[in-house]
Write a protein that binds this ligand. Structure first.
Ligand code: FEO
Length: 392
């Protein structure tokens, strides 16, 4: 796609990756993604803000074909999808300097072997004049790596936050046109990489309150010409209380756990609790992560495999533990044939989740009347606890 103009002498020069379906060999990308780079041409100096994934470097270099000079390459983030094209850009522009945080410099040297003398490091709040345009650098560590910063173009009131506020979405729309679609994609992205750093994100949001922002130009997905849309969404994901939602990742081998899950979901729904049920035999793990942003409770449904939880369930527990959602309550339901230590093993896998563990319902074989009653009791306990905490 050709360069797109944001403001006078400010251009999107990124790459759209329609076909990518997996990020970090882990995160599903159902709608592709983009790697947004930006060119800011001041009256005296020219800056390139972020670069693109190595798979798309030819696209960036084509954008730069008729750009005679770049003075600064702003590296908001050292991860390869934004930084890995920097060495080629530096090779094309031998006088260009990389502008980043001190930690960003360390990481870019380690990851991309960029020579030390190609860097300018900036402190929090430092500015860089391009002539009639001024870049201000806002240190924002732990967007999901420790070196991250945001860049604010003062005269045009554009924030370039790299991953923050981004969405994995391939689209020809420069700006958001379908808010519902972008909300989902941005929430999925927040859940997958930023949720564990929620306290840092809170600080970044508070810091940004003092900036007048007309446009947010992230490095993935469409841009926001209504900054309040995505900022309000982020505020709700980090500041709001959990919701009256149970997330239920499960798997069943011979139908017993399936029967328990079906009964239990019905019981919770009867008591006014919303349930998001995910069969991990065929689920998009990103949707599970997205649900963990809001859910007050997680109930894991697992059969027993060689005394422990099913491996797919162990994977989901490991992931939930790493993502550190705001879960307040956790429980486990499931069945075994001849013996189980699934509960003990699962509890050991989730030390980061500071949630109250509610009595599990683990049964031998296919559920009987008394087992269904135990599931009813667990559903009642969850509904009562959600109500007591005011989760709506
Ligand atoms: Fe889009 Fe953390 O890289």
């Amino acid at each position: 796609m050709n360069a797109r103009q944001l403001k006078t002498n400010v251009y999107w020069i990124g790459a759209i990756d329609w076909d990518r379906r997996l990020f970090d060999a882990l995160i599903p990308l159902p709608d592709g993604t983009s790697y947004n780079a930006y060119l800011v041409q001041g009256s005296q100096k020219v800056a390139l803000i972020d670069t693109v994934d190595p798979s798309m470097i030819h696209v960036l270099m084509a954008h730069l074909e008729n750009v005679p000079a770049i003075d600064y390459v702003i590296a908001n983030h050292a991860e390869q999808d934004h930084a890995s094209s920097i060495p080629q850009v530096l090779a094309k522009y031998p006088d260009a300097k990389v502008v980043t945080t001190p930690k960003g410099k360390d990481m870019l040297i380690a990851l991309l072997l960029i020579p030390e003398d190609r860097f300018i490091t900036v402190s929090d709040g430092e500015t860089l004049s391009l002539g009639d345009k001024t870049l201000e650098f806002i240190h924002a560590p732990w967007v999901h790596w420790p070196e991250t910063m945001l860049t604010y173009l003062r005269e045009d009131k554009i924030l370039f936050p790299c991953d923050l506020f981004g969405s994995h979405l391939a689209t020809t729309d420069l700006y958001v046109t379908n808010e519902g679609q972008v909300y989902e994609a941005a929430k999925r992205y927040f859940a997958e990489i930023m949720m564990p750093f929620r306290t840092s994100i809170e600080k970044h949001l508070e810091k940004l309150n003092s900036y007048k922002i007309d446009t947010i130009a992230p490095s993935h997905g469409p841009l926001y010409d209504k900054a309040s849309f995505i900022m309000e969404a982020y505020r709700s994901w980090v500041f709001d209380s959990p919701k009256n939602i149970v997330v239920l990742p499960y798997i069943s081998m011979h139908g017993s756990t399936q029967k328990m899950v079906e009964y239990f979901v019905g019981a919770l729904a009867d008591k006014g609790v919303t349930v998001k049920q995910f069969n991990l035999a065929a689920t998009d793990i990103g949707k599970l992560a997205m649900t963990l942003v809001d859910a007050a409770t997680m109930v894991i449904g697992t059969p027993t495999v060689l005394v422990g939880p099913h491996p797919n369930i162990a994977y989901a527990a490991f992931l939930a533990n790493a993502l550190r959602p705001r879960l307040q309550f956790i429980s486990i339901i499931g069945s075994y044939g001849w013996g189980s230590k699934a509960v003990e093993q699962l509890k050991g896998m989730i030390p980061n989740l500071k949630a109250e563990v509610l009595d599990p319902v683990i049964i031998k074989g296919f559920p009987r009347e008394e087992d269904l009653k135990a599931l009813d009791n667990l559903a009642s306990t969850i509904a009562k606890k959600h109500k007591e905490r005011g989760f709506a």
